[in-house]
Design a binder for this molecule. Structure first.
Ligand code: NAD
Length: 382
């Protein structure tokens, strides 16, 4: 079987779905890899490096679509509904497609993709079980994004992060607050610590307190009561508006005392909770920075504009979107490793064995035989 790698078409996207280092594992398992010219260039992987590892170079994008049995995308159609539309007529019914497809955010796009007849796997739906950890691209991308968010904050901040004792006086360290301590939040804490900031963090799930402390940060205790902060999957549960109102009130002081606030709070399948109001922003010192990593889901800050940087009351608010794409070399390396592991999990003698008795296969399979087949996507379609 031929695995096709095409250049990503989402505007500004720099990642590539497979890097040269992953090619030998696939060829050893009996697959061939066919790459569109220039596919890896924006991420720092030239065409020759693919060929050196045993991949072939196609003459064009059309050639990859017409010859490949399997297509690897980073942002597939649902996650790239405008530019990705150009590829819809190129898919062939017997093809298998892997990528981020935004199946619950854009279920209609998945339905449209299904109508091309392809078999599609959505990487976001990978079950977060121990066995699937090496395939967990969502965690990989959150790790990269959490790191980048801190660098962006440091860049926008008119202060330095570390404490310095110099002949010209003492520089006080930046105070960083991380709200939401999932995968991205943990990496944001670690990165801010490495840069020398004094870091504190809050999450609605009390279980993360130990993880925050083990990174050398302070866990902000808020006297908020919830018996059901976490679901069985380890995700936060949605709370009522009264809870969020109280949380904002209690968090206001921690926000006002911070030079940088990184927000990552999400509740699966919901709009992100608003945890920072305009009034709270007004209470921050001029020059402070908020990086809102929940921007794509509506934002944790009421003033956030997704994909934009706004300045209000002297506070810079970055509506961070698609941050992993801004560190394309390593984001691609991690994604490529995740996807290769997923494909090899399904591979038998150089072919794909789609066994829906297997949890990983069943949970990621969204389209087959011209139809949407995933119950959660069908439910989202209504
Ligand atoms: P996420 O992106 O869904 O949410 C980010 C964080 O926001 C979460 O920690 C959540 O608790 C927090 N949050 C939600 N509402 C909040 C509020 N009102 N105030 C403050 N914080 C709020 O989370 P994620 O990064 O995808 O990770 C979620 C969980 O899944 C974590 O426990 C993580 O360790 C776990 N996980 C497990 C695996 C695995 O076992 N393979 C892999 C990845 C993640």
């Amino acid at each position: 079987m031929i695995i096709g790698i095409v250049r990503e078409s989402f505007p500004g996207e720099r990642r590539v779905a497979l890097i040269p280092a992953s090619v030998p594992a696939l060829t050893k398992a009996g697959f061939e890899v066919l790459v569109e010219p220039g596919a890896g260039a924006p991420a720092g992987y030239p065409d020759e490096s693919y060929q050196q590892k045993g991949a072939s170079l196609a003459g064009s994008r059309d050639e990859v679509f017409s010859r490949a049995d399997v297509l690897f995308h980073v942002l597939g159609f649902g996650a790239n509904p405008e530019a990705g539309r150009d590829d819809l007529p190129r898919y062939r019914p017997e093809q298998v497609v892997f990528g981020f497809l935004r199946p619950l955010g854009a279920p209609e796009a998945v339905a449209e993709l299904a109508r091309t007849g392809v078999t599609a796997f959505s990487i976001e739906l990978l079950p977060r079980i121990t066995r699937a950890q090496r395939m967990d691209a969502l965690s990989s991308m959150s790790t990269v994004a959490g790191y980048k968010a801190v660098l962006m904050a440091a860049d926008a901040l008119p202060r330095m992060f570390p404490m310095l004792m110099t002949a010209a006086g003492t520089i006080s360290p930046a105070r960083v607050l991380v709200v939401g301590v999932g995968v991205a939040g943990l990496q944001a804490i670690a990165t801010a610590k490495r840069l020398g900031a004094v870091v504190s963090a809050y999450d609605i799930r009390p279980a993360v307190k130990e993880q925050v402390q083990s990174l050398g940060a302070r866990f902000v205790e808020l006297p908020l009561e919830t018996t059901q902060a976490e679901d069985v999957g380890g995700y936060a549960r949605a709370q009522g508006e009264e809870f969020y109102r109280k949380q904002r009130e209690l968090m206001a002081r921690a926000v006002a005392e911070s030079d940088v606030v990184i927000t990552t709070a999400n509740v699966p399948g919901r709009k992100a909770p608003v945890l920072i109001t305009g009034e709270m922003v007004a209470g921050m010192n001029p020059g402070s920075v908020i990086v809102d990593m929940a921007a794509e889901r509506g934002g944790n800050c009421a003033l956030t504009r997704a994909g934009q940087t706004v300045s209000v009351h002297g506070v810079t608010i970055l509506g961070a979107v698609n941050l992993a794409s801004l560190v394309p070399f390593h984001a691609s390396q991690m994604y490529s490793s995740n996807l290769t592991t997923l494909l090899l999990h399904m591979a038998r003698d150089g072919r794909l064995n789609i066994d829906t008795d297997d949890e990983i296969t069943r949970e990621t399979l969204v389209a087959r035989g011209g139809e949407v087949v995933h119950p959660r996507v069908l439910e989202a379609l209504g």
